[in-house]
Design a protein around this ligand. Structure first.
Ligand code: AMP
Length: 214
């Protein structure tokens, strides 16, 4: 968990690679639907571009379907879900059905100014989902993905105005999710400031401590 731009995607992609489990990002799944021009994509495009949340029922069905896929059997890193309190129940039901449980909920935290700076400079690979920053983490060749050589893009919702709206949505709708998991003893706070490697180091230690203590 964490506000938009705190580094969830960057960390989740690396963590999934290291742990040999799949990265399940609801944001990526929705953007893929938009790119493909599917019926779902047409329904959700307006929400995504304006930084509002897609309705719980729509996203709930999408997530349940994804977790039913064979590649999720060995486990998964969920990124960007749940984002509302009703989604906590949707996830619990989906997990019950496949006999899985949450090991831990890791929340990355960083000050608003740092988040705005990161998001306005963010560039992403539409193909392999790698995340870059024009200053902090530039690709070797400007505008080209190091991993798969696709052209990098700036997300529609990474403009300053939409970013402010997304931060408001986060505060009003997603922060309460953290409280729910805190009450269940699952929440682990991780400092999301500094370089991606520094954050990865802290996150790795937090996960190891959780595994040791759980
Ligand atoms: P993200 O890539 O996680 O920042 O998500 C981008 C956008 O996709 C969000 O601003 C929402 O419009 C939508 N989205 C992603 N995950 C969810 C979710 N769990 N619930 C509702 N909308 C979501």
């Amino acid at each position: 968990m964490g506000p938009p731009g705190v580094g969830k995607g960057t960390q989740a992609v690396q963590l999934a690679e290291r742990s040999g489990v799949v990265h399940v990002s609801t944001g990526d799944m929705l953007r893929e639907a938009v790119q493909a021009g599917s019926e779902l994509g047409q329904r959700v495009r307006g929400y995504i571009d304006s930084g509002r949340l897609v309705p719980d029922a729509v996203i709930g069905d999408l997530l349940a379907e994804r977790l039913d896929q064979p590649d999720a059997e060995a486990g998964f890193i969920l990124d960007g879900f749940p984002r509302t309190v009703p989604q906590v129940d949707i996830l619990a039901t989906a997990l019950d059905r496949i006999g899985a449980r949450i090991d831990g909920v890791f929340i990355l935290e960083a000050p608003t100014e740092e988040i705005v700076r990161r998001l306005t400079g963010r560039r992403v690979c539409p193909n392999c989902k790698a995340v870059y920053h024009v200053e902090g983490r530039p690709p070797t060749e400007p505008g080209v993905c190091d991993r798969c050589s696709s052209s990098l893009i700036q997300r529609e919702d990474d403009t300053e105005e939409v970013i402010r709206d997304r931060l408001t949505v986060y505060r009003d709708e997603t922060r309460p999710v953290a409280e729910v998991y805190e009450n269940q003893g699952l929440l682990v706070r991780v400092d999301g400031t500094g370089s991606p490697d520094e954050v990865a180091g802290r996150l790795g230690s937090a996960i190891a401590a959780r595994e040791g203590g759980a």
